[in-house]
Write a new protein. Structure first.
Length: 449
């Protein structure tokens, strides 16, 4: 089996290779700290050996629960936000047909999402849809207290109970939360929901390979064993060595830190396949929440080419030179389509007649890399043989490990997110949440109400 590969040769014109090599010593130290679990935030390193340690009994149990949900429902709603949402969506959308929603081919439930926003129209429109369909849901929150999914769950729980009656509603809900604490845990125990545990030592954005990601992915009909197998392959590769020649995760961490030191403060994850949009969203959360703290961190951005070459392309080519790109380059699409020849050639496209669409996409990719490097944007190239469960598993582990190594290199704790609390405190104060009386008084004065 192949593995994903990294090529950093297109950063050479911007960062001298000695600058990257100079990180080898730091990366070795950080690699040890991650594996020995001695670095900052080391009580959140459970994800490191998760792929190799995943229990057969857990996989079987999840597959059985997924089969039950697939029988009951034509729509399965995943309620969660941040790390309790993006990983599942990234994998499901990468694997499913781009038009799955409209094709509805009886291949199991279509997955929808709730609790990832507080849009009133979104929720009303979802309810309207669920009135007309058989559905079931999972509610995912590690803390069990996050406001957005809690609101969505309260509304959908009421809706389910009205639609199916209390007993059947219980059978259509699976909770994924902490093993002992939080409001969702209490609710799940009281109501008797089937429940999965988010391990204590795995933080939200590193949790896609726990039931948080595995259950929705299995309900969507994808092979969670292959996902784990791919991740385990990367886990094994990472364990073997911290040397850049053998460890693409350490090399990626070094390359991006070297670029950051040269003032390249924005990393754009680039893909050329529309179904990778949510993989980029997952990556943005992983890196943004892990590294953006203490006034430091590369800003993670994302683009979908060639679509965004017609919107962001101008800026990337000629705007402020604080960018670098990491390109997810996928070798093989799953299907073939050749551009047809036309006798009259009125659109002038006969010069590419007979070529596969993917060949044109690859030339766009190569042409863009050359143009952007000429324009002062360094390019890291990640080669992925194909988009399937196995390689997505590799990619997930690759990015998680590289993020931990990179965060330690930046000397931040990549496993906390203290900054996320600031908006919550204000929102609770504005809403008059019990326990926030002082903050309410203060914020009302501040906004003059
Ligand atoms: O990565 C994280 O820890 C966060 O993004 C959380 O996943 C997110 O805030 C949701 O938290 P919870 O699962 O506790 O509802």
């Amino acid at each position: 089996m192949q593995t994903i590969k990294i090529d950093i040769s297109k950063i050479d014109a911007f960062v001298d290779s000695n600058t990257v090599s100079a990180f080898q010593h730091t990366l070795e130290k950080n690699h040890r700290a991650v594996l020995d679990k001695t670095g900052q935030g080391n009580d959140f390193l459970g994800w490191v050996d998760l792929p190799s340690q995943t229990d057969e009994s857990l996989l079987k149990n999840i597959e059985a629960a997924a089969a039950r949900m697939r029988e009951k429902a034509t729509i399965f709603v995943v309620i969660g936000i941040g790390g309790s949402y993006l990983g599942a969506r990234a994998v499901i959308e990468a694997l499913q047909d781009n038009f799955a929603e409209l094709k509805r081919n009886n291949k199991g439930p279509f997955i929808l999402y709730a609790g990832q926003n507080i849009g009133e129209d979104y929720m009303n429109q979802l309810l309207e849809l669920l009135d007309a369909h058989e559905y079931a849901l999972t509610v995912i929150s590690k803390s069990g207290t996050t406001t957005e999914p809690a609101i969505a769950f309260r509304i959908l729980k009421n809706h389910l109970e009205k639609k199916y009656g209390k007993k059947e509603a219980v059978d259509r809900i699976i909770a994924i939360t902490d093993q002992s604490k939080g409001a969702l845990k209490t609710l799940a125990t009281n109501e008797g929901y089937q429940t999965y545990v988010v391990p204590d030592d795995v933080g939200g954005r590193y949790s896609v390979l726990t039931p948080v990601g595995l259950l929705p992915i299995a309900v969507a009909g994808f092979n969670i064993r292959e996902l784990i197998r791919g991740a385990a392959e990367m886990e094994a590769l990472n364990r073997q060595s911290s040397q850049f020649g053998d460890n693409p995760m350490a090399l990626y961490a070094a390359a991006r830190n070297a670029l950051y030191q040269q003032g390249k403060k924005v990393e754009i994850l680039v893909n050329y396949l529309p179904n990778l949009f949510y993989l980029t969203e997952w990556w943005k959360q992983l890196y943004g929440e892990s590294e953006g703290k203490e006034g430091k961190g590369i800003f993670p951005a994302g683009v979908n080419f060639t679509t965004d070459l017609h919107s962001m392309g101008q800026y990337i080519q000629e705007g402020e030179r604080m960018l670098f790109e990491t390109v997810l380059s996928v070798d093989q699409p799953h299907t073939k389509l050749v551009i047809p020849e036309e006798e009259q050639n009125l659109d002038g496209l006969n010069y590419i007649a007979g070529k596969r669409i993917d060949e044109v996409n690859k030339m766009a990719e190569l042409g863009t890399m050359l143009a952007h490097t000429d324009g002062g944007v360094p390019n890291i190239h990640l080669n992925v043989p194909a988009i399937n469960e196995y390689y997505l598993g590799q990619l997930i582990y690759f990015f998680e490990m590289a993020c931990a190594l990179s965060g330690y290199t930046l000397e931040v704790n990549p496993f906390d997110q203290p900054g996320v609390e600031a908006y919550k405190k204000n929102m609770f104060a504005l809403l008059g949440k019990p326990g926030f009386e002082k903050e309410t008084e203060h914020i009302r004065k501040r906004i003059g109400s």
